[in-house]
Write a new protein. Structure first.
Length: 587
């Protein structure tokens, strides 16, 4: 047993110091007195729970090598009185963790320790051995249940940790140590404080804007997520400022304001307006969204707008397109003006799932392009006309239709997303989206069509520096699709070896496969990719329709720059390589 020895009195310390005096003057002093202190027993491991995006593992400490068990997340079964990891091998119940022939009781937990790595979070549950009084004191400061929900009230202070195996935890007061719900949700309310870390394997971790967390947040629910401490913030108002530049509106500065309070059921409201200097048109949006249920996010909203609309938002955002227009006289979108209103209902029944349905009514106006707008490196190059990729006769007919009609439609979106949006190329994951747009005369529309799209993406981590990216898309329709609602393939974001929007149709399918490698200790990466697709206009997708293919390679710098070189494979003439540059590439 290790001991610390200290001089117990000032007299004893003085006598010890006197040993450094010259021998001739040294005087014997009284015998020094000593006080012996025994170090408190350090916490020792009781059991360990670790999780990654795909796997959960448990281990129980022992004198010899610890007993361990690992199981895929999909194999875990959560019941009211137990959580089965591996039947008759590893499970949680109200007594504790059972691992083979060992029981690790919750009553023995004194405190916790959370250790993380880039792809793994480890929670050590610690105990104190040989000191029953100290263990009892630590236990009394903790708040633990198996499945019962835990609420730390507004005026409540928990000296220790808060732990539940399957129950939800709501912190409205103050917790001094870690907050852990292995298979439940954690919510930190406005004005609440959690001074330790917060962790959960499969539930959601939500921190209100006015809640404070001094530690880190480790969530494996929506995707493998790590968040830095989050402290109380006063701001409920966001300033909405933007600058947009394109070949229809020219330079358009926007100003606006948004009010939101995620800690309550108050509605969010926003307004923004911009003036298009070239087309001399105001662009406005006024909206409101009312949360209906906080526990399962459910909200209803409505907005009025007059905007420059485009179906190409899925290819690139405003910022990237503005940069292309300012720098290189390239505008990759096709536009029309839309003025109208929309109302929606959205719900997230689970962290990975989102469903939205909305009704939209808008009157449309054709807007011409200003081809002689300025760009920094454009030289004498002119901007292209709107929908320049279609024939002149089709473009004139489509423009006339846009200029004389109104669109009323219902839209439905179902989205499932398990990949990490902040670091899409760091972890494996899925992202699937199904959309339906239905326009009918009964919806006060001049059109009658149904338009379907389905997209499936796989982000597959191969090793620490390599990832396989796979995407499959399918679009179909019935009824009459106007020019601005048809599908387009070719170039940016679709078939890279072809001219931009080279093919148009009413149904298509497309696949992309890319292997991306990042060089160690750098932000530079390289990719090789293959694209394949088929598109038909008013006919079936069968062997009579040519299949388009291209191959290529790309160089990436971080997540903000990518340059690729691709070549089409469907013919041996007029197939010069096509260069594509992206400034905000997301697969």
């Amino acid at each position: 047993m290790q001991k610390f020895v200290l001089f117990g009195t000032i007299t004893g310390a003085a006598a010890a110091c006197a040993l450094w005096a010259p021998p001739a003057t040294a005087q014997p002093g009284p015998e020094p007195s000593y006080t012996t202190y025994q170090r408190a027993t350090a916490p020792e491991p009781l059991f360990r729970v670790a999780f990654t995006l795909d796997e959960i593992s448990v281990a129980a400490a022992a004198d010899s090598l610890p007993a361990e068990a690992s199981v895929p997340r999909a194999a875990v079964r959560v019941y009211p009185d137990s959580v089965i990891l591996i039947d008759r091998v590893a499970w949680f119940d109200r007594a504790g963790l059972h691992l083979r022939d060992r029981l690790c009781p919750y009553d023995a937990i004194a405190e916790t320790r959370i250790i993380d790595s880039p792809t793994r979070v480890t929670i050590d549950f610690l105990t104190v051995t040989g000191d029953a009084e100290r263990l009892g004191r630590l236990r009394r400061g903790n708040l633990m249940t198996f499945s019962e929900p835990i609420t730390v009230g507004n005026q409540q202070f928990v000296r220790g940790l808060v732990l539940s195996i399957t129950g939800d935890i709501e912190v409205l007061g103050e917790v001094n140590k870690d907050v852990i719900s292995l298979f439940g949700d954690v919510y930190v309310g406005p004005g609440a404080t959690a001074r330790g870390d917060i962790a959960g394997i499969s539930g959601a971790i939500t921190v209100a804007d006015k809640g404070s967390v001094y530690g880190e947040l480790y969530s494996g629910g929506e995707y493998f997520e790590r968040r830095r401490p989050r402290f109380y913030r006063e701001e409920n108002f966001d300033f909405l400022g933007a600058f947009v530049y394109n070949r229809v509106d020219g330079a358009t500065p926007y100003l606006g304001l948004k009010f939101h309070d995620t800690d309550s059921l108050l509605p969010s409201a926003w307004f923004r307006a911009g003036y298009a200097l070239e087309s001399e048109r105001w662009r406005t949006e006024l909206g409101i969204e009312q949360p209906l249920w906080r526990r399962v996010p459910l909200a209803a909203g409505a907005a009025y707008y007059r905007r420059l609309a485009s179906e190409d938002d899925r290819l690139l955002g405003d910022e990237e397109n503005t940069a292309f227009a300012l720098l290189a006289t390239e505008d990759y979108r096709d536009y029309w003006e839309a003025e109208g209103a929309t109302a929606w209902l959205s719900v997230k029944p689970a962290p990975q799932w989102r469903f939205e349905t909305r009704y939209r009514y808008e009157e449309t106006t054709w807007r011409r392009s200003y081809r002689h707008l300025w760009s920094l490196f454009g030289g004498s190059k002119l901007f292209r006309e709107n929908f320049s990729q279609v024939s002149e006769a089709e473009r004139l007919a489509g423009a006339a239709l846009i200029d004389t009609t109104a669109l009323g439609c219902l839209a439905f979106v179902l989205d499932w997303d398990t990949h990490n949006r902040e670091e899409p190329f760091a972890f494996s994951g899925w992202h699937a989206t199904a959309e339906l747009e239905w326009s009918d005369r009964d919806f006060s529309s001049d059109f009658d069509y149904r338009r379907y799209t389905l997209t499936l993406r796989r982000y597959q981590k191969v090793h620490s520096h390599g990832m396989l990216l796979l995407r499959a898309m399918h679009g179909n329709s019935d009824g009459f699709l106007p020019m601005h609602k048809r599908f387009y393939l070719g170039g940016l974001g679709t078939l890279h070896g072809y001219d931009f929007k080279e093919y148009a149709g009413t149904r298509f399918w497309m696949g992309n496969a890319e292997y991306r490698f990042e060089f160690p200790r750098s932000d530079i990466g390289a990719s090789v990719f293959w694209d394949i697709g088929q598109i038909a206009d008013g006919t079936k997708l069968d062997s009579a329709v040519d299949i388009k293919q291209s191959i290529g390679a790309a160089l990436t710098v971080g997540a903000d720059f990518r340059v690729s070189l691709a070549r089409r494979l469907d013919r041996s003439f007029d197939n010069d390589p096509v260069v594509n540059v992206r400034l905000d590439f997301v697969f």
